[in-house]
Design a protein around this ligand. Structure first.
Ligand SMILES: [Zn+2]
Ligand SMILES: [Zn+2]
Length: 108
């Protein structure tokens, strides 16, 4: 229960078109209690993770290629391709160093 800050009388709940207000019947004081829930419900957009596809867990099945690791200089790396974004774009080739597990991608 709430009381009018002006005159101390008990405030009455009154529903208006789009709000609920507490009204003092003695002096006319009004206090907005809550806004009516908007008609348009906020749609929760499912966030699509933009993280690129992780490397396949079974590295043993991945083919290896002779490529120099930019991290440790090892000349052997697993490789696989990932189709990014749209099918219009070319496949991206990923490499993972067989020694230090550093992963990088081939540009162009
Ligand atoms: Zn009042
Ligand atoms: Zn390496």
């Amino acid at each position: 229960m709430e009381f009018c800050p002006n005159c101390g009388k008990v405030l009455t709940l009154v529903k208006k078109s789009d709000t609920v207000v507490l009204v003092c019947k003695k002096c006319g004081f009004e206090k907005v209690v809550e806004k009516a829930v908007t008609q348009v419900a906020s749609k929760k957009k499912a966030k699509v993770p933009t993280v690129e596809k992780e490397a396949p867990s079974e590295e043993e099945v991945l083919p290896t290629v002779d490529v120099i690791c930019p991290e440790c200089g090892n000349n052997k790396a697993y490789w696989w391709t990932v189709q990014t974004r749209s099918a219009d774009e070319p496949m991206t080739t990923f490499f993972r160093c067989t020694r230090c597990k550093h992963t990088w991608r081939e540009y162009g």
